[in-house]
Design a protein around this ligand. Structure first.
Ligand SMILES: Nc1ncnc2c1ncn2[C@@H]1O[C@H](COP(=O)(O)OP(=O)(O)O)[C@@H](O)[C@H]1O
Ligand SMILES: [Mg+2]
Length: 627
């Protein structure tokens, strides 16, 4: 391994030097090419459509073999079950699926609870799945996304130059050279599709599944895309894609086709053999007719009901064919091995991946100006506005009640502005997260840790930029320690609200989430001990109020400005009497005890940890169950 690396370092240097022209294309195969055939038996998918209705069978006992070195197309009319079969074969969604899948040496029995997890993980490691919808982060450029994928999949064991040359080679293979610096949000549909293939190809996966890679592409781009897939297949990979209505020329490019109709397989064989096969059973394809169209018309029942007969023949043939594997790849083997060196790369450690994710989160936060810049500006503006609204209330014995209002409004404002975006955040990131996590880019724990580590300083920063103008304009005591204690309470509030928002956002859909988020905030404020004093609550309600984190936050924030020997507040000369000018009396009235500041902060911190852990589990459940 070490010697291979040294050799590569040398090579990398050589290419960048002036004798570039002497060099041939550098291809690095990572990991060392291993042929993985995919064999599946009795794949059945049953879904329940309602609580009471009977289960609907979508896939009916499908079996087949997809060989390495071949490009296989799964075809069928719309609703035939192509995507469902793809999701089942990739183990992307396993609910309701039963049957056996074998990929190389790992066997995965779906639908059997006891041993499914470890075999599923091993199986999933072998393949990658490129979904129909492009799940790319629009804020990053092509080069950055490729770089991110390369860092995630290849780690730091490869020299920098070699990594770059792998990236540019993959980009060239997919015809993306020239768009390196374009942000994904600005790419055309076809380019996005090719980029979502490119990021997965970086570590040379032995098995690639693609759902409708040509949908939305024009005919010549479709041909290019299939040509490219065929080239990849010839490199020893197993490539399986679903396709909708291919042209005759595209159809002839597939080595194998697997035709579905009503959840049954009606033809599994080479594309060239389709017409003779159909003719042998009396279905004569008209001259100059596209065989792909013809077989889809048969599947649609335009020439009569042949699906069951065809499915039966297909099953019988499948059993016979298994005994004669003809690896197409053998013919190209010599060509492939010429001038290429294989190097085995272990996926990087999660700690390294954490670093890469951390960088990506920081860049994402910085680029998404609504998250960072706009929010900071708004917090400053609201801070100034509230500061002016409660002007000098903090240092005026006649305005103490207004000042308590300022304190609770600050808590409510920061709670609301942290909770709502958090409710909406994961639903919008979930698609990308699910895809990357499914394709083994990183562990969910690593992602979550990176999100937390980048999010926490930001939340503290928000609390600070809000507090700075409002604290001083509203006339709170000019003492560094009190200001620090004040910001600390608000930072805890934003962190708890963010965590609660994450739990809600990962449990329910965004519409219900915003509703639930608003209710939660209102309930918390009602039990905070300001609108109704604890002394006025019934014992039952007082017990319930312990659930509200705002109870602790409100007590702590009041203590931050009024405890620790604060002198009586000045009473303006225009007033005869200021009822609440004695801080100690005020605290007594609210049943607050002076030494409770740090215990309250302790409770808030504990709640943050607990809710964060809950949020992790709800997120992981959502990632597991969503599509
Ligand atoms: N969760 C589900 N509940 C009910 N029906 C479903 C579910 N998932 C898929 N189907 C149905 O299964 C059939 C096959 O769907 P799909 O695999 O998406 O078809 P396609 O071949 O167009 O990709 C469709 O009729 C679809 O309505
Ligand atoms: Mg589909």
């Amino acid at each position: 391994m070490a010697s291979a690396l040294t050799m590569f370092t040398g090579l990398g240097r050589k290419i960048s030097g002036k004798d570039t022209q002497e060099c041939r294309t550098l291809q690095v195969d990572m990991p060392a090419r291993s042929s993985v055939d995919i064999e599946f038996n009795n794949i059945t998918l049953k879904v329940s459509e309602g609580l009471r209705s009977k289960k609907k069978t979508i896939l009916r006992s499908l079996s087949g073999l997809f060989r390495s070195g071949e490009l296989t197309a799964i075809m069928g009319p719309s609703g035939a079950g192509k995507s469902s079969l793809m999701n089942a074969l990739t183990a992307f969604s396993t609910t309701g699926v039963s049957g056996t899948i074998r990929a190389g040496d790992s066997v995965c029995e779906l639908g059997k609870r006891d041993r499914s997890l470890s075999s599923l993980k091993a199986y999933r490691k072998k393949s990658c799945y490129i979904l129909q919808d492009e799940r790319l982060n629009p804020l990053f450029t092509v080069k950055e996304l490729m770089r991110f994928a390369a860092d995630m999949k290849l780690g730091n064991t490869l020299p920098e130059k070699l990594k770059l040359s792998v990236i540019s080679e993959v980009l060239e293979t997919l015809g993306l050279t020239g768009s390196e610096n374009t942000r994904c949000g600005h790419l055309s549909g076809g380019q996005k599709k090719r980029l979502s293939i490119a990021v997965e190809l970086i570590d040379n996966p032995p098995v690639v599944f693609l759902d409708e890679p040509t949908t939305g592409l024009d005919s010549s781009t479709s041909v290019q895309c299939i040509e490219m897939l065929k080239k990849l297949a010839r490199g020893g990979r197993t490539i399986v894609c679903t396709i909708h209505q291919p042209t005759a020329s595209v159809y002839s490019m597939f080595d194998q086709v697997y035709i579905l109709a009503e959840g049954l397989c009606i033809y599994h064989g080479s594309s060239a053999n389709t017409v003779p096969y159909l003719a042998s059973i009396g279905l004569q394809c008209p001259k100059y007719h596209n065989p792909a169209d013809y077989i889809l018309e048969i599947a649609n029942g335009e020439y009569g009901k042949f699906n069951d007969v065809l499915a039966e023949r297909c099953t019988m043939q499948g059993k016979e064919q298994k005994s004669l594997p003809q690896p197409l790849v053998s013919a190209d083997k010599e060509e492939m091995s010429c001038g290429k060196i294989s190097i085995v790369i272990k996926p990087p450690h999660e700690l390294y991946k954490f670093g890469v994710l951390f960088r990506r989160c920081i860049i994402q936060q910085y680029r998404d100006w609504t998250v960072t810049h706009l929010k900071v500006l708004l917090h400053i503006a609201i801070g100034i506005m509230l500061g002016l609204l409660f002007e000098k209330a903090g240092n005026d014995g006649s305005k103490t009640i207004s000042n308590l209002g300022y304190l609770i409004v600050s808590i409510a404002y920061l709670c609301y502005t942290s909770l709502m975006p958090a409710v909406l955040r994961f639903p919008s990131e979930l698609l990308v997260l699910k895809k990357e996590n499914f394709n083994n880019w990183y562990n969910l724990k690593t992602y979550y840790a990176a999100v937390l580590v980048t999010g926490i300083p930001l939340q503290i920063w928000y609390s600070f930029v809000y507090s700075a103008p409002s604290y001083f304009l509203s006339g709170q005591p000019l003492e560094i320690s009190r200001f620090f204690m004040f910001v600390m309470v608000l930072a805890n509030v934003t962190l708890i609200a963010d965590a609660i928002g994450n739990v809600i956002g990962t449990c329910v859909n965004p519409i219900n989430g915003t509703f639930l988020g608003a209710i939660t905030t209102c309930a918390m404020i009602a039990f905070a001990g300001f609108l109704v004093l604890f002394a006025h609550m019934s014992p039952g309600m007082r017990t319930i109020s312990h659930v509200s984190f705002m109870r602790y936050a409100f007590e702590a924030i009041v203590l931050s400005v009024y405890s620790d020997g604060r002198q009586p507040l000045p009473c303006p000369e225009t007033k005869l009497y200021c009822h609440s000018r004695y801080p100690s009396e005020l605290l007594k009235q609210f049943s607050f005890s002076s030494e409770n500041y740090w215990p309250n902060i302790g409770v808030l911190l504990t709640e943050i940890v607990i809710i964060r852990i809950i949020a992790y589990f709800t997120l992981s459940r959502t990632v597991r169950t969503s599509n």
